[in-house]
Design a protein around this ligand. Structure first.
Ligand SMILES: CC(=O)SCCNC(=O)CCNC(=O)[C@H](O)C(C)(C)COP(=O)(O)OP(=O)(O)OC[C@H]1O[C@@H](n2cnc3c(N)ncnc32)[C@H](O)[C@@H]1OP(=O)(O)O
Ligand SMILES: O=C([O-])CC(=O)C(=O)O
Length: 376
């Protein structure tokens, strides 16, 4: 991975526009949001501070943060028509599809003005409702209960866990969720953000931007990797078993989810942070093997392939230790990244030209048209 080639297919390494929101790998393995190092943000900030930074341009003062959190708290109620739709979605649906539908339905009920003058209201509403949307559906379809989304939770981090388990979560878990949401909030021109920016560049509405981005994040090569990593590591009951299985996967040239990155060359700075939280949670729950398995996977991938854990890998064990069902992992990513997606949409709108690149044609040269009756 150290000699990663930045070129060729996938627009790798090519600039596709400007942003003032984020740098990825500018200093090798660094990540900054509006100039602030991810390590400082994850260690010291709440997720709402980071969302405010991305959406409103500066870190909030204490008064601004308090007002912002109060505003978001007041926006958690789900419209009855949205609840009705969520209740129709079967329990075996993928929660990312639920998020996609939930976002789209919200856009039908609360449509953005065509001059975008209320864009921030809709963005804040999505931030406030997304945890409730996925967990309302989850609880209804899995437990037959209609969970209250207007909770007393102090933050989006707490709101996610509260609406999932229908009770006030423990402080350590809320702290981990803040860090996790901060780590996932923004990442320059990643696939889902780029999809969102393409949509925004057509002057489409903010719910279409986010719906498209959710569909793009869903895939296992992007946000879906945290779930795929969990499915993989939970098969193994010891580090030795994990190592043997991984060597087999590598020999068969299988992709190992949660490793590698399109931009970083040597490490993903988010990994060390979530890994530390995973370790702490592992000790808290008395885990006997999952963290050890994860660490061995990391060592084997580096030793064999010089591939490193990306943000997703240790998120898998961390979320698992907090009792979060695997299929809800990527929706948490949505609850966070909606801040980055929409900050990019606003940035695109503020200086817009439709995104429409060219293609290198590889099809046949001029063909003579043959009438349908004469085709063999
Ligand atoms: C939050 C996020 O979205 S982070 C990304 C989450 N996605 C994953 O974890 C999925 C697994 N990882 C991958 O598929 C890739 O590493 C990606 C999609 C993240 C990046 O893709 P690319 O930029 O095309 O990868 P890159 O050019 O570094 O690949 C170099 C080589 O390493 C291999 N490689 C890269 N990642 C992996 C992996 N996880 N497992 C096995 N081999 C891998 C590639 O197949 C390629 O081999 P080749 O030269 O023989 O074809
Ligand atoms: O930047 C990317 O390609 C993927 C990624 O890590 C992210 O979106 O967080």
């Amino acid at each position: 991975m150290v000699d990663k080639k930045l070129g060729g297919a996938g627009l790798r390494g090519q600039s596709a526009g400007e942003t003032a929101l984020c740098t990825v790998g500018k200093t090798g393995s660094g990540l900054t949001y509006r100039g602030y190092d991810i390590k400082d943000l994850a260690a010291n900030a709440q997720f709402e501070e980071v969302a405010y930074l991305l959406l409103y341009g500066t870190l909030p003062t204490q008064t601004e943060l308090d007002a912002y959190k109060t505003r978001l708290k007041g926006m958690r109620k789900l419209p009855e028509a949205l609840k009705t739709v969520l209740e129709q979605i079967p329990s075996d649906a993928h929660p990312m599809d639920v998020m996609r539908t939930g976002c789209s339905m919200l856009g039908n009920l609360e449509t953005e003005a065509t001059d975008f003058s209320d864009q921030l209201d809709h963005i804040d509403r999505m931030l406030a409702t997304f945890p409730g949307i996925v967990n309302y559906w989850y609880n209804f379809s899995h437990n037959g209960t209609r969970v209250e989304t207007e909770t007393d939770a102090d933050s989006i981090a707490e709101q996610f866990l509260w609406t999932l388990h229908d009770k006030k979560p423990e402080p350590l878990h809320v702290e981990v969720m803040h860090a996790s949401l901060i780590l996932y909030a923004e990442h320059e021109f990643n696939a889902s953000t780029f999809a969102g920016r393409v949509c925004a560049s057509t002057l489409s509405d903010i719910h279409s931007v986010v719906t498209g981005a959710i569909g793009t994040l869903r895939g296992p090569l992007h946000g879906g990797a945290n779930e795929a990593a969990m499915d993989m590591i939970q098969q193994w009951s010891s580090a030795d078993e994990a190592e043997e299985a991984m060597l087999g996967m590598l020999a068969r040239k299988e992709k190992i989810m949660g490793f590698g990155h399109a931009v970083y060359r040597e490490s993903d700075p988010r990994n060390a942070i979530i890994k530390e939280w995973s370790k702490k949670l592992s000790e808290q729950v008395g885990d006997t093997h999952l963290y050890a398995v994860s660490e061995r996977c990391e060592a084997v991938m580096w030793r064999e392939k010089k591939l490193f854990c990306n943000a997703d890998f240790f998120h898998a064990s961390a979320y698992n230790f907090m009792g979060i069902p695997t299929k809800l992992f990527t929706p948490i990513f949505v609850c966070s990244r909606v801040s980055g997606w929409t900050a990019h949409a606003m940035e695109q709108r503020a200086n817009n030209r439709i995104i429409r690149p060219s293609a290198d044609y590889t099809g046949p040269e001029t063909m003579e048209f043959v009438a349908i009756s004469e085709r063999g």
